[in-house]
Design a binder for this molecule. Structure first.
Ligand code: G4P
Length: 189
């Protein structure tokens, strides 16, 4: 998505080989016109995929996922992160490891917000090693739903997430794919 790549080059900042700062438009201050266009782009790509529902993970996935759900005219469900499992009869949970943050968390969603048999589009802001997306995929499977697509705003293609998700058979669509970063340098695939 050209407008997104331009925005990343203009306002993003590569802090290192691994971390891109996008807090002025994606995950701290949020450019809602850009989010609207991102939502429309995901909706166009997945419109024929029979999507019943969009799912994301709090917090930074919510803005792009919300706009995609709005564009597709389907509900949005937000998977929650908790330090430990909260006892709840209706809760589906799975453990996720974040390499970027070097920590584990429990991902949780209430089963009633993922009705069995639905086709779910998972959307997130970043894709690095794919751990969050695989965690979401496990919850979607536990609920008896199908992960019908994965929409990513910024894929860090130099990490293995996209490759692993594709190998697992998931339909991954990333709006910007970064092939290399270094301090002050951002290159697209
Ligand atoms: P993975 O799921 O693909 O394996 O990624 P990883 O665990 O490494 O990423 C965990 C968190 O770090 C996610 O946020 C993700 O958005 C964020 N992240 C990953 N790479 C970058 C990056 O280059 N720049 C920025 N700004 N964030 C990155 P999170 O823990 O879910 O936090 P939040 O959504 O509450 O902000």
């Amino acid at each position: 998505m050209e407008a997104l790549e331009k925005r990343i080059l203009r306002d993003g900042r590569a802090l290192s080989e691994h971390v891109l700062l996008v807090d002025s438009f994606l995950n701290h201050q949020i450019d809602m016109e850009l989010m609207r266009d991102i939502g429309a782009e995901f909706a166009e790509r997945f419109r024929g995929a029979g999507i019943d529902r969009v799912a994301t993970i709090e917090a930074s996935g919510i803005a792009p996922a919300a706009m995609a759900a709005l564009s597709l005219g389907v509900p949005l469900v937000v998977m929650k992160k908790a330090a430990s499992s909260i006892l709840n009869a209706d809760a589906l949970t799975t453990k996720v490891h974040s390499f970027t943050k070097n920590s584990d968390y429990t991902l949780m969603v209430k089963a009633r917000f993922l009705p069995a048999g639905e086709r779910v589009l998972f959307i997130d802001d970043f894709l690095a090693m794919g751990e969050a997306a695989f965690g979401a995929a496990r919850l979607i499977a536990q609920a008896g739903c199908t992960l019908a697509g994965v929409g990513i705003v910024i894929e860090k293609s130099f990490q293995d997430g996209a490759k692993k998700l594709a190998e697992a058979g998931y339909d991954v669509y990333s709006l910007a794919r970064i092939s290399r970063m270094a301090e002050g340098v951002i290159e697209f695939a």
